[in-house]
Design a protein around this ligand. Structure first.
Ligand code: ZN
Length: 63
């Protein structure tokens, strides 16, 4: 299934779904990079990206 990334918080979601994190509907098929955050409290990446919920995120989304 094609996946899209939320333009607001970069969460990756299956196409056709709303963002479960910020409830945004503004999705982009043009995203790059891929990061999985499992333990937000312990993850340096989560800290740098300011993602505090586990899940899959894009690193960059084209508007
Ligand atoms: Zn979002």
């Amino acid at each position: 299934m094609k996946e899209v990334a939320c333009k607001r918080c970069l969460r990756i979601v299956p196409k056709g779904k709303d963002c479960p994190i910020c409830k945004g509907k503004d999705m982009s098929e043009n995203w790059k990079g891929f990061v999985v955050i499992i333990n937000p409290e312990k993850s340096k990446i989560a800290n740098i990206l300011k993602r505090d919920l586990p899940g899959e995120y894009a690193l960059k989304v084209s508007k």
